[in-house]
Design a protein around this ligand. Sequence first.
Ligand SMILES: [Zn+2]
Length: 80
Amino acid sequence: MSKNLRAASSIQAQINPDTQDFSVIDIALRKEHAEVALTALNKQIARKVIKTETSSQVCPICKNSVNRAYCGTCGQLLHY
Ligand SMILES: [Zn+2]
């Protein structure tokens, strides 16, 4: 099971505790799951593209050139 799928299952269990005994999940794993969710959530918050010496439109997170709504490399939502 991937890290992302584990996190999604864990968070789903928090939303609906009847489906799983969330209390047995280790605190370190809960932290990991929260970090995965935060990373995914942050990608959905539009970030302004930046300008560098070599490109006029660069993803502010991974620094790759971009020209679409989402960064093709890291998936960050962008605005121009
Ligand atoms: Zn990026």
